[in-house]
Design a protein around this ligand. Structure first.
Ligand code: BV8
Length: 293
């Protein structure tokens, strides 16, 4: 099938026309949304953390094998996210939610920046949890959680992850792969205050872990309830499932516009777009206020 013309696919006036007629909009957001806030993405340059692939550290096995290393990785990301600020893209999405009750935002990001941009909570689903929620690693046997913990550092042993470099243009000392990382014994990591035996872990969804079933059912129900007029796919490589599957799941042939907002849109991406879809290449923090404003 001939792909739609590039001019139509990237036309802001045509996009605005469709937006005006849209009552049910779904957004699927990824790390690119927070790039302008200074937070590294997973597969871009930021994909590596001290020669470790971020994806390898985000797993129960990695935590089991070396909880100290995984906690340093998360303590570093907590520290960076606390220093970061929501950018105009987060605010544009929050503004859209206030304007359109039928707008629902799904985010893969765990940096809490949507919440800090005052995104209406009933129109936001954090698919992969949050860096700032804590839970017991013995869950579900132990139900202890701390929904919002912003301690930085979380404990003395993790202080190296909160040390800023004297020269702000230099990476954190912790990131210097030439500097060996101190081995942190589990005894120096926070333990569950309820069961006393389990280690505290970040309240994020790791690879190989189920997402919250109640949240998944609620999203499925929302998609199936009525036609979705528009799906905004913002700053994501659409690599991780089930998040990556929502755009096509929500598409009703001939009715739903899938709108890609990404720093890089490849020829393959353009070729996959259908009549009525849109593609806008650039920084989400620059594009979203123009598109949604
Ligand atoms: C699940 C939280 C059911 C933690 C994350 C084997 C066993 C089990 C499951 C699987 C398996 N094989 C495959 C799977 C499924 C697996 C999966 O998808 N794997 C991938 C690697 C193929 N999924 C799961 O495991 C999920 N659970 O399926 O449960 C199950 C359970 C057991 C057994 C069977 C099935 C759980 C996945 C959740 C993992 N947790 N995060 C943490 O953050 O540390 S994932 C994490 O990585 C993010 O949350 C996000 O989802 C993903 C990174 O993707 P992006 O956000 O898109 O970021 P990326 O860097 O890739 O791309 C950035 C994009 O932005 C780029 O396109 C770039 O061009 C663009 N960009 C950059 N700058 C800008 C920009 N765009 C605009 N403006 C800019 N300025």
């Amino acid at each position: 099938m001939a792909s739609a013309s590039r001019a139509a696919l990237s036309s802001i006036p045509l996009f605005h026309e469709k937006l005006l007629k849209s009552n049910r909009i779904l957004a699927v957001c990824g790390a690119g949304l927070s790039a302008a806030s200074g937070l590294p993405t997973f597969r871009g340059a930021g994909g590596l953390w001290r020669n470790h692939n971020a994806v390898d550290l985000a797993s129960p096995d990695a935590f089991e094998a070396d909880p100290g290393l995984v906690w340093l990785f998360y303590a570093y990301r907590r520290h960076m996210a606390l220093k970061a600020k929501p950018n105009p893209a987060h605010h544009a999405l929050a503004e859209l939610a206030r304007k359109i009750p039928g707008f629902k935002c799904l985010s893969q990001n765990v940096d809490n920046l949507h919440v800090r941009a005052q995104h209406p909570p009933n129109q936001l689903s954090l698919l992969h949890g949050s860096l700032f929620s804590l839970k017991c690693s013995e869950s579900p046997q132990c139900s202890w959680t701390d929904p919002l913990n912003t301690a930085d550092p979380l404990c003395p042993a993790l202080a190296p992850a909160s040390e800023d470099s004297v020269d702000p243009t230099k990476p954190l000392p912790l990131l210097d792969p030439s500097k060996p990382l101190a081995d942190i014994p589990a005894s120096e990591l926070p333990h569950c205050p309820e069961c006393k035996t389990g280690l505290v872990r970040p309240g994020v969804v790791w690879f190989g872990e189920m997402l919250d079933e109640g949240m998944l059912d609620e999203i499925d129900g929302w998609i199936e309830k009525e036609v979705v007029d528009m799906v905004l796919v913002i700053g994501t490589s659409s690599f991780v499932y089930p998040a990556a599957g929502y755009a096509e799941r929500a598409r009703t042939k001939g009715r739903t516009s899938v709108v890609t907002v990404n720093l890089e849109i490849t020829e393959k991406d353009w070729g996959r777009m259908k009549e009525g879809d849109f593609g806008f290449e650039g920084d989400a923090a620059v594009l979203l206020p123009v598109l949604l404003g």
